[in-house]
Design a protein around this ligand. Sequence first.
Ligand SMILES: C[S@@+](CC[C@H](N)C(=O)[O-])C[C@H]1O[C@@H](n2cnc3c(N)ncnc32)[C@H](O)[C@@H]1O
Length: 206
Amino acid sequence: MDLVRKTFDEWAQNGKAELMEQEHGKNVSKFLEKISFKKQFSFLDVGCGNGWVIRKVSTNPKCRKAVGIDKSKRMIIQAKKNKKNSNEEYIHTTIESWKYSGKFDFIFAMESIYYADSIEVALKQIYKLLKHGGQFFCGIDFYLENKATTKWSKLMKVQMHLHSKRQWKQFFVDAGFETKTKHIKDLKSKKKWKREFGTLFIIGKK
Ligand SMILES: C[S@@+](CC[C@H](N)C(=O)[O-])C[C@H]1O[C@@H](n2cnc3c(N)ncnc32)[C@H](O)[C@@H]1O
């Protein structure tokens, strides 16, 4: 049994999916508000959890299609239950094994890529799924410089690949992306790491 899948199947049923939505919501919204969705676009969320980012993005009038994928079947069941808009779609699959012939303008992932068996394989697949000129936004709270979060892997007891900001950038460069980074902090948070380090976004352009 895949422990990552098992853990998030449990989280989908014990309220932790909604807790993640609350925990990640502020920084993700802050980041997404800065993106200018100028033309009609398609959007993919890798490791979408209960689908909260897809529900949010799909309300943008320029959003043609918003697809959420997750390796946890229970998360996908929750996401489908919460579906509000006709342009939302949810699929139970891992990013690594997904056979999809289309391509997206934007791909997003929040706190999901470091659970992949291989970050390199996941990024290669994401690169393939992007249109030329498209962008991948990858939000990470669990990174080496953000000391307070590094203990999460012991608490979670599942595979979580811990890397520094420099290493993350290198993964993106090696996958073929033009790469930038951005820290989104929450200066009002009670949590010191959210005020001082915040969410690291790696932005990869194809
Ligand atoms: C920490 S949760 C984050 C969920 C959501 N992005 C959020 O911010 O609330 C990580 C999610 O990624 C999913 N996941 C982990 N590895 C995956 C993979 N290789 N392919 C697809 N989904 C994956 C998990 O099942 C889980 O739902």
